[in-house]
Design a protein around this ligand. Structure first.
Ligand SMILES: [Zn+2]
Length: 159
């Protein structure tokens, strides 16, 4: 995986290092260098009121697909317990099947939790709260200027 590193423009201190495909966070992207206080933007964070959310956030079928993938991994893991893996010492024969089983269970449970959260409206509530927090930050003009200064395109209604 490709990792991204961000350094302070002013003092060169390493600020962030993360994997390219890390998940988005819905909070203020504005941060400060701990060493010199220069502001910078964390690309993993975004203002929901400006950038919105991915279209499939509340799309149940994509979580059903995750669940099926998880179930297949789980099935594979359980199946592997009865297979002797060539080239693997006896003491660690359990390792690979356990790994698959565990990952499968985590994906299945995670998907079910997401589906329940969407169905019950809990997820919508959580996102609505995050959107309101974003709107609140953007109602502060000085914050909007800071965002613009860091290269954000802020819609006119916040200016
Ligand atoms: Zn700095």
């Amino acid at each position: 995986m490709q990792s991204i590193e961000i350094r302070c423009k002013n003092c060169g201190k390493k600020l962030l290092k993360y994997e390219k495909r890390s998940t988005r966070k819905y909070k203020s992207p504005v941060k400060k260098c701990k060493k010199c206080g220069t502001r910078y933007a964390d690309p993993r964070c975004c203002e929901m009121a400006i950038e919105g959310i991915p279209e499939d956030t509340f799309y149940i079928p994509s979580y059903v697909i995750f669940m099926i993938i998880g179930a297949l991994i789980l099935y594979r893991g359980i199946h592997l317990f009865s297979v002797h893996q060539i080239g693997t010492p006896d003491e660690i024969q359990w390792l690979l099947p356990s790994f698959f089983t565990l990952i499968g269970i985590v994906i299945v449970i995670g998907s079910i939790v997401e589906i329940i959260a969407i169905k019950s409206g809990l997820k919508a509530k959580k996102y609505e709260k995050l959107r309101k927090e974003s709107e609140e930050r953007l109602s502060d003009k000085s914050y909007v200027y800071i965002l613009q200064d860091l290269g954000y395109k802020v819609p006119e209604k916040y200016l």
